[in-house]
Design a protein around this ligand. Structure first.
Ligand SMILES: [Zn+2]
Length: 130
């Protein structure tokens, strides 16, 4: 049976969203007069991004990730670099067992009949010339 990390594939999405929100609330509460809560922040971000406050809460809990446009909109609203909130890491448990091109030293992914796309195209062109 595959481990959870193996099932993720080649990439792992790492989220700092929970700690970013915590820091943002802390920052506001030491500088502002009015106390900011998670609910306030969810509502603000939701209004800016078109997401729902509930979606943001689920994401903060680590049970979902945003779409790429939503991630960018959230980062924009928080005036942060999106990579500081979500980052892509390589999964070191990933095993790529997909077939490779049989042409010597090519090693590109197989497209069809044991060949990569460019070697297959090349072979078809040669066949037409005959
Ligand atoms: Zn090839």
């Amino acid at each position: 049976m595959k481990t959870e990390k193996e099932q993720l594939g080649k990439y792992i999405l790492k989220s700092n969203f929970a700690s970013i929100l915590k820091t943002e609330i802390h920052r506001r509460n030491i500088t502002g007069r009015k106390k900011t809560t998670y609910t306030d922040l969810y509502e603000e971000i939701a209004e800016h991004t078109g997401m729902t406050p509930n979606m943001l809460m689920v994401m903060k809990q680590g049970n979902a990730n945003p779409s790429l446009p939503n991630a960018l909109a959230i980062a924009d609203y928080l005036r942060m670099d999106v990579n500081d909130i979500w980052s892509v890491e390589m999964n070191d448990e990933y095993v790529d067992d997909r077939s490779r091109c049989i042409v010597n030293r090519c090693n590109r992914l197989e497209f069809v009949k044991g060949l990569c796309q460019s070697h297959y195209t090349e072979q078809r062109r040669e066949e037409k010339r005959k």
